[in-house]
Design a protein around this ligand. Structure first.
Ligand code: PLP
Length: 390
C-alpha cells in the first residue's frame, strides 16, 4: 500500500480548502482592486467591477435574473435573513412557518426565536431516511402559512430532499407561501436553478465549495418581497447594508465557476468513493449507517456512521492521530453538549447518537485514502471497543 504522508481530510461538509482559482481571485481583490465599491473614484470603480463580474458569473450558473443574488456573510446570515425578512414582510398576512425537523441550526434557531415572538412553527416528521414527504408539506400548508423552509441536503446524514415536488405542492396549495431552501451542502454538487425549481429564497455559503469563509449569498426571486435585517449605508439596493466583502465575493464566484465546470464528473467520483467506504464499513460488526444511502436520494459526499460502543470524540481523536480528519455528528453542533437534532429526528438511539462519525468527502480524496482509512478503522475500532463500558 502507498505510504500516507499527507493528511487525509474527510471533513469537507464542515469546510473545504480554498481552491487555486478562488485564492487567486481573493489575492487580486485584496492587493489590486482594493477600493470600496461605493467610492466614486477609479479604485472604487475597479472594486465595483469585480462585484458585477461575480454577480454575472453566479447569475449565469444559477440561471437567475440580474440582481436576484444578494451577498451575505455566509449561510447563517442568509438563513436568518430568509426567516426574519419573510416574517417582517408578511406578519400581517400570516404567522405560520413550516420547517423540516432536520434543518441546520441557522434555520431552526431563528425559527425558535420567532416562535417565542408568537409565530407558529410546524415541524414536519421524517422517518429513518430523513426524507420529507411532499404530501405532508401540502397537508401542513394553511392560508396563513408565510414560509416553508426545507434544506436541499442534510449536513449530517446527506439526505437529499425532493425540492421540485415540494415547491410544486407549496405553490399549488398557497401561492402566497414562500419556499426557502438552505442549499449549503448541495451547491457545487448539483445544478441548482432556483427560478426553474420554484424556489423563492436559497441560501449558499462559499466555504463549502472551495471558496473563502465568511461569504455567501441569498437568492431572492425578484417577484417576492422580504425586508432587510441589516440597515445602514444602503448597499445592495438597500437590501443588505454593509461594505461588500469584495475579495470574498470574487473568490466565491471563482470557486462556484470551478465547481459548476466540474460537477458532472466530480459527483460520480464522489459516489464511487462513498460506495467504497460504505462497502468496507458494512463488513464491520456493530455499526449503523444513518439516513438514506440510495444515490438518487442522498448526497455524494456525506456518510454518517455509528461505531457502537465507542464515543464519537474518542474515535475522532484516534483517527486524528493517524492523520485522518473526520467529524463527530456535525461539526457545527459537535462542540455543544446536546445531541444532534437530526439524528434524534430520524429515530437514532442515544448510543447511536453518542457514537456517530460523519465522513465527508471531496474530489481531492482518493480511493487509496479511503482504503487506508478503512484499514486504520479495522485496526483501531476493536482496540477501542475493549474499553467499552457496560
Ligand atoms: N446550513 C448548512 C446546511 C450548513 O451545513 C452550514 C454550515 O455547516 C450552515 C448552514 C451555516 O453556514 P455558515 O457557517 O457558513 O454560515
Amino acid at each position: 500500500m502507498k505510504a500516507i504522508e499527507k493528511e487525509i481530510y474527510l471533513d469537507n461538509a464542515a469546510t473545504t480548502k480554498v481552491c487555486r482559482e478562488a485564492a487567486q481571485a481573493v489575492l487580486h481583490a485584496m492587493t489590486e482592486a482594493y477600493g470600496n465599491p461605493s467610492s466614486l473614484h477609479q479604485k472604487g470603480f475597479e472594486a465595483e467591477k469585480l462585484l458585477r463580474e461575480a454577480a454575472n458569473t453566479l447569475e449565469k450558473l444559477l440561471k437567475v435574473d440580474k440582481g436576484s443574488l444578494i451577498y451575505t456573510s455566509g449561510a447563517t446570515e442568509s438563513n436568518n435573513w430568509a426567516l426574519f425578512g419573510t416574517a417582517l414582510a408578511k406578519q400581517k398576512r400570516g404567522r405560520h412557518i413550516i420547517l423540516s425537523p432536520i434543518e441546520h441550526e441557522a434555520v431552526s434557531a431563528p425559527a425558535a426565536f420567532l416562535e417565542e415572538q408568537g409565530f407558529e412553527i410546524t415541524r414536519l416528521k421524517v422517518g429513518p431516511t430523513g426524507r420529507i414527504d411532499p404530501a405532508e408539506v401540502g397537508e401542513a400548508i394553511r392560508e396563513d402559512t408565510i414560509l416553508v423552509s426545507i434544506m436541499a441536503v442534510n449536513n449530517e446524514i446527506g439526505t437529499l430532499q425532493p425540492l421540485e415536488q415540494i415547491a410544486e405542492i407549496i405553490h399549488s396549495k398557497n401561492p402566497e407561501t414562500l419556499f426557502h431552501v438552505d442549499a449549503v451542502q448541495a451547491f457545487g454538487k448539483y445544478l441548482l436553478h432556483p427560478k426553474k425549481q420554484g424556489i423563492d429564497l436559497l441560501s449558499v455559503s462559499s466555504h463549502k465549495f472551495f471558496g473563502p469563509k465568511g461569504v455567501g449569498f441569498l437568492y431572492k426571486n425578484p417577484k417576492v418581497r422580504i425586508l432587510p435585517i441589516l440597515y445602514g449605508g444602503g448597499q445592495q439596493e438597500g437590501l443588505r447594508s454593509g461594505t461588500e466583502n469584495v475579495p470574498g465575493i470574487s473568490g466565491m464566484a471563482a470557486a462556484a465557476k470551478r465547481a459548476y465546470d466540474h460537477l458532472e464528473e466530480e459527483r460520480p467520483f464522489l459516489y464511487e468513493l462513498k460506495g467504497m467506504l460504505m462497502e468496507r464499513l458494512r463488513a464491520f460488526s456493530d455499526i449503523r449507517i444513518h439516513g438514506e444511502t440510495d444515490p438518487d436520494k442522498s448526497a455524494p459526499h456525506i456518510l454518517n456512521v455509528s461505531f457502537l460502543g465507542i464515543r464519537s470524540e474518542v474515535l475522532l481523536h484516534a483517527l486524528e492521530e493517524k492523520g485522518i480528519y473526520v467529524s463527530s455528528g456535525s461539526a457545527c453542533s459537535s462542540r455543544k453538549q446536546k445531541g444532534s437534532a437530526t439524528l434524534r429526528a430520524i429515530g437514532c438511539t442515544r448510543e447511536e447518537m453518542e457514537s456517530s462519525i460523519r465522513f465527508s468527502l471531496s474530489p481531492e480524496n482518493t480511493p487509496e485514502e479511503i482504503a487506508y482509512t478503512c484499514d486504520i478503522l479495522q485496526k483501531i475500532v476493536p482496540q477501542l471497543r475493549r474499553y467499552r463500558h457496560g
